[in-house]
Design a protein around this ligand. Structure first.
Ligand SMILES: [Zn+2]
Length: 233
């Protein structure tokens, strides 16, 4: 499942005014059009993360070059992560309610969905309690703060791919912290850069040979590279 050259260029048309989850679901849907949009939005967040890691590995390889800033001294650190090391088994896409017991109280809930994530990113849900209220279908009124903590832990256990974190240490001040990985953001940024490069290549070939965008995109990537090398001679 990779984006075709035409689909990759469409990445440049998307993005403004959309959230990370919306961009991620667009990529997921483009590479896997057999799944309905309703299923994608209802799927647990870990499924979206898994799909983004698969797409990234298929298109750009398994080594992720990431960076973060030390929260104490603002030093920028760079690190490399291998996708197979952070990708867990594919989580099931269906998201049925399940029952647990918290302090003797029965609670029915489901995993956090891509739609929940989109609502958080849009500011429609502003805190963790709002997410829990959407996930818990029965027993919400009996939950105190500790109960919310238990729900949080259960949601994490049931969808571990949804939260990928790294233990990071600052080489400058030795501070250590948990870096959070946002697969939609990282993969989108990388694919957008790749799409811009493709646009430059199309521009160069269109100018040199008088071809249309469609004609350039019809060439296989190796053939396109070969023509670009000829232009550089
Ligand atoms: Zn530091």
């Amino acid at each position: 499942m990779v984006l075709t050259s035409e689909q990759l260029l469409c990445v440049l048309d998307q993005g403004d005014g959309t959230t990370g989850a919306e961009r991620g679901v667009w990529l997921w849907r483009t590479t896997d059009p057999g799944i309905s949009l309703e299923s994608l939005w209802g799927a647990p967040v870990g499924c979206l993360a898994h799909a983004m890691l698969d797409l990234r590995e298929a298109m750009l390889g398994p080594q992720l070059e990431l960076h973060d800033r030390c929260p104490r001294c603002d030093e920028e650190i760079e690190f490399t992560v291998s996708i197979p090391e952070i990708r867990l088994a594919q989580p099931p896409m269906d998201n049925p309610p399940f029952d647990v017991e918290i302090d003797g109280q029965p609670v029915t809930l489901r995993r956090v969905s891509c739609d929940d994530l989109r609502r958080v990113e849009r500011g429609e849900i502003t805190d963790r309690a709002g997410v829990i209220a959407r996930c818990v279908s029965q027993g919400l009124e009996g939950l105190d703060e500790a109960g919310h903590g238990s729900i949080d832990a259960i949601l994490g256990e049931r969808d571990p791919q949804a939260d990928v974190t790294f233990s990071l240490a600052c080489p400058a001040c030795a501070h250590s912290w948990e870096g959070v990985f946002d697969p939609c953001e990282v993969v989108w940024t990388e694919l957008r850069a790749r799409a811009k490069q493709l646009l430059f290549d199309v521009d160069a070939l269109a100018r040199a040979y008088g071809w249309s965008e469609a004609e350039v995109l019809k060439l296989s990537p190796p053939r396109r590279r070969a023509y670009l090398e000829l232009l550089d001679r």
